[in-house]
Design a protein around this ligand. Structure first.
Ligand SMILES: [Zn+2]
Length: 81
C-alpha cells in the first residue's frame, strides 16, 4: 500500500500488503525491491470491473512465487537506463 504526498505522485510511505513491513522510502523514491501490481479484472471473471492493486516486499514476493508449481518466467534486462 502506497501513501502518496497529496500534491504529487511521490511516494510518502509504503507498506508490504502481505506482511505489513514498512518499505524504505527516501525523498519520495522507493529504495528497495517491491513487486507492485495493478490489474483490471475482465468480463469473464467474477470480478468484472474491479481493479486490484497491491505491493509486496521482496521477501513476500519470493514466498508467494515459491507457491507456484510452475516457475516464474525470468528474463535478463539487456539495457539498463
Ligand atoms: Zn512483505
Amino acid at each position: 500500500m502506497k501513501k502518496k504526498q497529496s500534491n504529487s505522485q511521490l511516494v510518502k510511505e509504503m507498506f508490504c500488503d502481505r506482511c505489513g513491513k514498512k518499505i524504505h522510502v527516501k525523498d519520495g523514491i522507493v529504495m528497495e525491491g517491491v513487486f507492485s501490481f495493478e490489474y483490471e479484472w475482465g468480463f469473464f471473471s467474477n470480478k468484472d470491473g474491479e481493479i486490484h492493486s497491491a505491493d509486496l516486499c521482496e521477501k513476500c514476493y519470493d514466498e508467494v512465487v515459491s507457491l507456484c508449481n510452475i516457475k516464474v518466467i525470468k528474463k535478463e534486462k539487456t539495457e539498463i537506463i
